[in-house]
Design a protein around this ligand. Structure first.
Ligand code: NAD
Length: 472
């Protein structure tokens, strides 16, 4: 087991201040993988001070210089992609196929997209007798979750660096190893000291210290709505900017006349891959009442291909959830659904067969779910699909929009125009039309309690800019 006691601050690895530690657990085997420091407020202070000291010089570099470093980060990610995928399979329990293709492939694509965007981004524009400058927002505090641990880091750090900001990153406590790997890649990309800093630690200590640090000018947070709210309150007191990517309870709506079998099969990938731990998971399948039983049968059939197993096996489609706490929470939601009258189509609260060790949950489909049930309203963040029936498209829209969240969703219809018309009325930030692919250059973010701000693409860069106008 590796034991680390250092943080990446001011361009080098330095001993962490304080003696708190985090033991990283392999969720598939429950073995201890490594120990990393649980950074203190003093570590955050050193990192924020280093970021502040580097900010003006980095912010004044020309975009061409920053582009060289961005390209080097992208190349580093590509060069270490197998090590990255293996690391995430070990600390997150994500199957190696998904880890390689999505958990590693997506951040590589995002880093590459910012090389392209930065290459022709206009940081100055003329408006009448004014010149408008898009300047870096300053020192960024980035707080990230464990579910797409590298993607969330890259989606914040790379555009922030492209904008000319300096960064202090506090990654999730469950997945600090891929964050350390990222810091090594940034170091190899020869960024000036202090431009990027990493402090591993607990949310309650290092996270709150970063959110409340006076040197930090913008907080970019991805995680739960509850923590996002507390960060926004803290930031509000100091008039800091915040970008919040929060939870979801996304609906996949199958309109009459759509290809039901494809819509249900694709839904399964959206809810079971990554063990349902995706903020944009389609956790609610909405089908017309006349097709309801057919949809439930199709869902049961499709679910049977997701057999929980060893995430290092390339054949495995679903691994464990990230922790014992999360496993118990997800099983608790399944029980809550059953107690409220939902029908268990497949899955359940018991451990899956042949998975005595590890934090496994049975891929579960709940039918006869009604909108008033907790399982229809709250984010379960596990492999649990709720199937709801609607009477007509207006009822489907009311159900789709009838939660506190609005992050993602799907619409399937016989023709694209009706699907688009429906999607435009959904209170949500992203919708996939008839199975349209995820686009790493399209802005991503929430409506309602799913957050404020956008990541990815040009909007993702603009989150890290502020505007100055000079009049002539
Ligand atoms: P979480 O909110 O518990 O933790 C996220 C991060 O915040 C971690 O780094 C944690 O250490 C830190 N943190 C915790 N308490 C803090 C505090 N008081 N102050 C400052 N930082 C604190 O969330 P989680 O359980 O790690 O992640 C799951 C949640 O993230 C889900 O709700 C999911 O939907 C959401 N999520 C959203 C998106 C998106 O883009 N919208 C993406 C991924 C995950």
């Amino acid at each position: 087991m590796e034991v680390y006691n250092d943080q990446y601050i001011g361009g080098r690895w330095r001993p962490s201040v304080g003696d708190g530690v985090i033991t990283v657990i392999n969720p598939a085997t429950e073995d201890s993988l490594a120990v990393v420091p649980a950074g203190s407020a003093a570590d955050i202070d050193s990192a924020a001070t280093a970021a502040r000291a580097a900010q003006r010089t980095w912010g004044a570099t020309d975009p061409g210089t920053r582009l060289i470093h961005l390209k080097a980060i992208h190349e580093g990610l590509v060069a270490r992609r197998h090590e990255i995928a293996d690391t995430m399979t070990a600390e997150l329990g994500v199957p190696i196929g998904f880890s390689t293709e999505i958990q590693t492939g997506l951040p590589i694509a995002v880093a590459d997209s910012y090389v392209e965007i930065l290459a022709d981004y206009e940081f100055t524009e003329k408006v009448g007798n004014s010149t408008v400058y898009h300047e870096p927002a300053g020192v960024v505090g980035a707080i990230t979750p464990w579910n797409y641990p590298l993607h969330q880091i890259v989606a914040k750090v790379v555009p922030a660096l492209a904008a000319g900001c300096t960064v202090v990153l506090k990654p999730a406590e469950n997945t600090p190893l891929v964050a350390r790997l990222f810091a090594r890649i940034v170091h190899e990309a020869a960024l000036p000291a202090g431009v990027f800093n990493l402090v591993t630690g607990l949310g309650s200590e290092a996270g709150t210290a970063l959110a409340g640090h006076p040197q930090v000018e913008l907080l970019s947070f991805t995680g739960s709505t509850a923590v996002g709210r507390s960060i926004a309150e803290l930031a509000g007191r100091d008039i800091k900017r915040v970008a919040l990517e929060l939870g979801g309870k996304s609906a996949n709506v199958v309109l009459p006349g759509a290809d039901l079998a494809t819509a249900v099969t694709v839904n399964m990938a959206y809810i079971f891959s990554n063990s349902g731990q995706s903020c944009n998971a389609w956790s609610r399948l909405l089908v017309h009442q006349d097709q309801y039983e057919e949809a439930v049968t199709l869902a049961a059939e499709a679910a049977s291909t997701y057999v929980p197993g060893d995430p290092t096996d390339p054949e495995t489609l679903i691994g464990p959830v990230v922790s014992a706490r999360r496993r118990d929470r997800v099983r608790g939601y399944i029980q809550l659904g059953l107690d409220a009258g939902a029908r268990l189509v497949t899955g359940g609260v018991e451990a899956p067969a042949n998975c005595e060790r590890g934090f496994y949950v049975r891929p579960t489909v709940l039918a006869d779910v009604t909108p008033d049930m907790t399982v229809a309203q709250e984010e379960i963040f596990g492999p649990v699909l709720c199937v709801l029936a609607y009477r007509d498209p207006e009822h489907a829209l009311a159900l789709a929009n009838g939660t506190a969240y609005g992050l993602a969703g799907g619409v399937w219809a016989a023709d694209e125009q009706s699907a688009i018309a429906f999607a435009r009325r959904m209170d949500t930030g992203q919708v996939h039309i008839n199975g349209g692919r995820f686009n790493p250059q399209a802005p991503f973010g929430g409506y309602k309690n799913s957050g404020v701000g956008r990541e990815l693409g040009r909007q993702g860069l603009e989150e890290f800019l502020r505007t100055k106008s000079l009049q002539f």
